[in-house]
Ligand binder design. Structure first.
Ligand SMILES: Nc1ncnc2c1ncn2[C@@H]1O[C@H](COP(=O)(O)OP(=O)(O)OP(=O)(O)O)[C@@H](O)[C@H]1O
Ligand SMILES: *[C@@H]1O[C@H](CO)[C@@H](O)[C@H](O)[C@H]1NC(C)=O
Ligand SMILES: *[C@@H]1O[C@H](CO)[C@@H](O)[C@H](O)[C@H]1NC(C)=O
Ligand SMILES: *[C@@H]1O[C@H](CO)[C@@H](O)[C@H](O)[C@H]1NC(C)=O
Ligand SMILES: *[C@@H]1O[C@H](CO)[C@@H](O)[C@H](O)[C@H]1NC(C)=O
Ligand SMILES: *[C@@H]1O[C@H](CO)[C@@H](O)[C@H](O)[C@H]1NC(C)=O
Ligand SMILES: *[C@@H]1O[C@H](CO)[C@@H](O)[C@H](O)[C@H]1NC(C)=O
Ligand SMILES: *[C@@H]1O[C@H](CO)[C@@H](O)[C@H](O)[C@H]1NC(C)=O
Ligand SMILES: *[C@@H]1O[C@H](CO)[C@@H](O)[C@H](O)[C@H]1NC(C)=O
Ligand SMILES: *[C@@H]1O[C@H](CO)[C@@H](O)[C@H](O)[C@H]1NC(C)=O
Ligand SMILES: *[C@@H]1O[C@H](CO)[C@@H](O)[C@H](O)[C@H]1NC(C)=O
Length: 640
């Protein structure tokens, strides 16, 4: 080898070594002042726009965007501790319209760069409803949250939080900073007041994580906004990706990052605020004022906080092409339902027009709509929000391509009928949805109106429960097959008729009737040609007593069903629709029975020997009497 070659070889070796230590070593440092040409990994709506801004989200509903440093960093040391590190970045959030906000964004350190199973909206593109809170997330996130989500106990709609493995922050505080001299706290609005700089520091010895924010250009305040002691060695995996995540829901905002620096075992390089790309001008709000005059809506002061859940009447009008009959997909007890496509986002929605009497508790109802809108589960029809006009309420739901289940069950033109495996899946889906409402969300939600027409099927044939809560506001009034109690005849638990008080067990009753309906392919109450009522439960009980339970299965299945599953469905249907509430299982047990994890208890004839009359005319006055007679002797055997 000649000496020049040797030198070249040596140089090459040196460069290789250097680049390796700068990407993998424990003194990793980097700095982006603007992102033009930056080698970042991105997904979803994230992109680098020509001005050099990293744009995480834009005017698109329910999107998420992530952006990472391309290679994972080594936070774990050989002795099992996580190194100290320091991060700084500058961000800006612009609202798409006046006072409308997206869900915010987060800086994160996570073991993966694959967030395909994370949810947008309040989950910020970081977690989903099953892994929230799980230690196996190995996640640290600093959230900049611009919407208040009660289920994550958010303090307000403008806060910064330190999140460890969960979206319930370990610590959070209204966005702002403390004055170095006076110690006085100054509020900062995360949205629309210009770029904000953030500093995040972790010290391996004290295990303190500090988060500090200030308007761009201001020196770093001494006192951090948040300071949490938590040994991150117990959180991180050895290698972690670092980056940003952001999401929008039914309202949107632009989330931008202007600069980003990082130092491991070192302070993050200082960001020169004079050399950064500029945020775009915020959109003009004059247009919005004109629109409000043209399309009169009712907006009261107390609604301001529900901004994100409020739809503009004009948008809904345009989405449904002026509520034309071409777009009508159904008429229910509450009013007409239209299909629509929202402008800009192109999101398909179902808009339900409900007329209401302004004397009824609209304020409480809207609070409930907003709260229900926060529910997110694969077996629940998502409620995006609402719009209010005089005596009219418009509710905006996720559009379900395959319509309501009753159409599949009872439209005899629709061929072929749902097969048994589809039906059994629908049953399990609805059981999961109901379990979520009863036990898995922040507060107990009682559906009050479980029935086939409130089960909607999405385009991949998942069943979702829709339409809850409504029965409280709206009097079904003139509608024939509904009562003014709450719910629908045939699905109403007897004790509900008696006491008027809906409970999770009265939902279980409705679920039981629904189960029978799906298995037997028959409505809960049929009126035959002589005008007398044929009650599905009674008929199934009768066949069961005769030993011909399976004869009640839908004949359109032509005997093609799994016998074990069919027996579970029918017997569970009877157990759930037991007239005595305490004899009914709860939804968690229902799922265990359906999954075959727990064997269904033997049903005894005695359980159903109370001679309950489902006669529509007589039920109101007689049901409760019938129960009290038999309740005492049946109590023990009912529960086992
Ligand atoms: N999110 C949706 N996506 C697609 N279609 C829907 C959606 N919501 C409702 N529909 C259609 O509109 C019809 C009427 O729905 P709605 O919920 O108002 O009434 P219902 O459930 O039949 O009766 P009730 O109002 O008494 O509960 C449904 O049967 C269904 O076909
Ligand atoms: C970007 O970074 C990744 C990971 O370090 C590397 O594999 C890739 O070659 C880089 N791409 C460019 C264009 O520099
Ligand atoms: C982390 O790295 C250290 C040393 O490199 C090793 O001893 C340890 O087993 C690793 N831990 C995991 C969970 O991979
Ligand atoms: C772990 O190792 C790092 C460097 O390898 C060292 O600086 C640190 O003090 C060690 N920590 C403990 C708790 O031993
Ligand atoms: C991300 O994970 C999902 C499963 O959660 C998988 O289907 C997908 O292929 C993964 N994507 C990449 C790019 O690895
Ligand atoms: C939630 O995310 C985890 C992985 O992080 C995934 O295994 C799980 O399937 C996801 N759950 C849902 C409901 O998407
Ligand atoms: C998220 O996880 C935290 C921590 O386990 C838990 O307290 C909280 O209830 C969860 N929130 C939701 C909405 O699942
Ligand atoms: C900051 O904002 C919060 C929430 O809006 C408010 O409660 C608080 O009084 C404000 N503080 C100051 C100093 O303005
Ligand atoms: C966090 O802030 C406290 C209080 O100002 C300070 O004593 C500590 O050194 C800071 N720690 C880090 C890691 O910046
Ligand atoms: C943090 O946890 C690691 C691993 O459990 C442990 O080795 C280390 O001593 C802890 N650090 C402190 C400061 O307690
Ligand atoms: C469900 O909807 C999808 C997409 O619109 C369609 O292809 C499919 O045929 C529908 N299935 C049934 C059973 O109607």
């Amino acid at each position: 080898m000649s000496s020049t070659k040797l030198i070249l070889f040596f140089l090459l070796f040196l460069t290789l070594n250097l680049s390796a230590s700068s990407t993998g070593g424990d003194h990793e440092r980097f700095m982006y002042a603007g992102f033009t040409g930056a080698n970042l990994t991105m997904d979803g709506s994230a992109k680098i726009i020509p001005s050099g801004l990293l744009a995480l989200t834009k005017d698109t509903f329910r999107t998420q965007g992530h952006s990472f440093h391309p290679a994972p960093l080594r936070f774990g040391q050989s002795n099992g501790t996580v190194t100290s590190f320091s991060v700084s970045f500058v961000f800006g959030i612009l609202s798409s319209f006046d006072n409308i906000r997206g869900h915010g964004f987060a800086f994160f350190i996570a073991p993966t760069n694959n967030f395909s199973s994370a949810f947008p909206i309040q989950f910020l593109g970081l977690l989903n409803d099953t892994n929230n809170g799980s230690l196996s997330n190995h996640l640290l996130a600093i959230e900049f949250d611009t919407i208040q989500n009660d289920e994550f106990r958010d303090i307000d709609n403008n806060h910064v939080g330190i999140d460890i493995n969960s979206l319930n922050s370990v610590q959070s505080y209204h966005a702002g900073f403390y004055n170095d001299k006076s110690g006085i706290f100054t509020n900062l609005s995360l949205i629309g007041e210009g770029p904000i700089q953030v500093w995040i520091d972790y010290d391996r010895y004290t295990t303190l994580t500090n988060v500090t924010i200030a308007p761009l250009g201001m020196a770093r305040p001494i006192r951090p906004l948040l300071s949490v002691t938590h040994n991150l060695s117990t959180v991180f995996t050895n290698q972690s990706y670092i980056g940003f995540s952001s999401s929008t829901g039914l309202s949107t905002a632009h989330h931008y990052v202007l600069a980003w620096s990082f130092g491991m075992n070192n302070p993050a390089p200082i960001i020169d605020s004079t050399k950064l790309p500029r945020l775009p001008e915020p959109p003009n709000s004059v247009l919005l004022v004109r629109r409000q005059l043209m399309y009169k809506e009712v907006r009261e002061d107390w609604e301001v906080e529900y901004g994100p859940r409020r739809f503009a009447y004009q948008d809904l009008y345009r989405a449904t092409r002026g509520f034309k009959n071409n777009n009508l997909v159904g008429i229910g007890g509450f009013g007409k339902v239209y299909k629509g496509v929202l402008p800009i986002s192109k999101l398909q929605v179902a808009v339900k027009r409900v007329s209401y009497d302004s004397k009824q508790g609209i304020k409480e109802f809207i609070a409930e709509v907003v709260s229900i809108g926060n529910l997110q589960h694969r077996n629940i029809v998502q409620l995006f929000g609402y719009c209010r006009r005089k005596n009219e309420l418009l509710l905006v739901y996720d559009y379900m391509e395959n319509g309501s289940l009753d159409k599949h069950l009872y439209n005899f033109q629709r061929q072929p009928t749902l097969d048994w495996s589809q039906r059994f899946k629908i049953i399990k889906d609805i059981a999961s949805g109901l379990l979520y409402l009863h036990e898995e969300w922040d507060k107990v939600v009682i559906h009050r109106d479980v029935k086939a027409s409130n089960v909607l099927i999405d385009k991949v044939m998942n069943a979702r429960l829709g339409d809850f809560g409504l029965s409280r506001l709206c009097d079904h009034g003139s509608d024939l097959h509904t009562t003014n109690v709450v719910g629908t005849i045939g699905y109403l638990a007897p004790e509900l008729v008696h006491t008027g008080k809906a409970t999770t067990l009265s939902d279980v009753f409705g679920f039981g009737i629904f189960l029978l309906e799906v298995a037997c392919g028959q409505k809960p109450i049929k009126i035959n040609s002589e005008g007398s009522h044929l009650v599905l439960v009674d008929w199934v009980v009768e066949n069961w007593h005769k030993g011909s339970l399976l004869d009640t299965m839908d004949t359109r299945l032509q005997g093609n069903y799994n016998i074990d599953e069919a027996c579970i469905a029918l017997k569970l249907g009877l157990l759930c629709s037991h007239p005595f509430p305490n004899a009914r299982p709860n939804m968690r047990q229902v799922l265990q029975y359906l999954d075959g994890d727990v064997k269904l208890p033997e049903l005894h004839r005695a359980h159903f020997s109370y001679g309950i009359s489902f006669d529509v005319e007589r039920r109101n006055s007689q049901c409760s009497a019938a129960f009290s007679i038999h309740a005492e002797d049946d109590l023990d055997s009912c529960i086992n």
